[in-house]
Design a protein around this ligand. Structure first.
Ligand SMILES: C[S@@+](CC[C@H](N)C(=O)[O-])C[C@H]1O[C@@H](n2cnc3c(N)ncnc32)[C@H](O)[C@@H]1O
Length: 215
């Protein structure tokens, strides 16, 4: 009986690993975003690691009064909502996602929190809807690896940030699309970002990247 349970657990884990690897591989060529039915998993706000929790991301964002923050690939608003709360009415969050279902859930959460300072945009990386020199901060929280052309997406965000603005990239090793610190630094460096600060470890980290003044 115990042997059967062990084999079942092992089989389930193996299936999970294979699905994750195939998903990761396919995502380098095609857009296969985290499905809306899995949003509950995103909303868990990971109980195992601290760095990728919304509170920790907000803490490391060095937010100031009146800032405008882009949450790219906002999903169900797990991070957009606490950032908007922190900023208050003088600041603004622009929450962008490729999936209407994710945006609907993010809107629901914003309404429940009585927040009127979040703008929701239904768009994908590369759609050119972010504008130029608009944002003080930008967030990519467990999103980068889901975007087929990561460099183009980083270029678009670079353009959308004000000079001196910060892009905050958070990655979690349990995410099938995990991007290592080295990979993020390489891709972001090619676009023109400089490392500003690093929080966490190899399992979960937040890497803050700065768009140089005059960039
Ligand atoms: C794993 S979820 C993370 C959600 C949120 N950032 C968080 O940490 O709670 C990834 C999100 O990125 C969005 N996404 C994936 N590819 C995208 C793209 N090319 N353009 C815009 N959003 C995208 C997905 O729809 C999904 O909501």
């Amino acid at each position: 009986m115990i042997k059967q349970i062990l084999w079942t657990l092992l089989g389930t884990a193996a299936i999970f690993v294979v699905v994750a690897m195939v998903w990761r591989f396919v995502s380098r060529r095609h857009t296969v975003p985290c499905p809306v039915w899995l949003r509950w998993l995103v909303e868990l706000d990971n109980p195992f690691t601290r760095t990728n929790r919304a509170a920790s991301i907000v803490e490391h964002l060095d937010l100031g009064p009146g800032m405008k923050v882009l949450d790219f690939g906002c999903g169900p608003g797990r991070v957009s909502v606490p950032v908007a709360k922190h900023l208050g009415n003088e600041g603004q969050v622009v929450a962008v996602d490729i999936q209407a279902g994710m945006l609907a859930r993010a809107r629901e959460r914003a309404q429940a929190a009585h927040l009127a300072n979040i703008e929701f945009i239904h768009a994908a990386a590369g759609d050119g809807k972010l504008g130029h020199s608009q944002f003080d901060r930008a967030l990519l929280v467990t999103v980068l690896g889901e975007i087929p052309d990561r460099k183009a997406a980083l270029e678009e965000i670079f353009e959308a940030l004000k000079p001196g603005g910060i892009l905050s990239v958070t990655e979690l090793v349990f995410d099938p699309h995990f991007q290592s610190r080295k990979t993020v630094l390489r891709l972001a460096g090619e676009v023109g970002f400089h490392e500003h600060s690093f929080f966490g470890n190899r399992i979960a980290f937040t890497l803050n990247l700065e768009k140089p003044n005059g960039g």
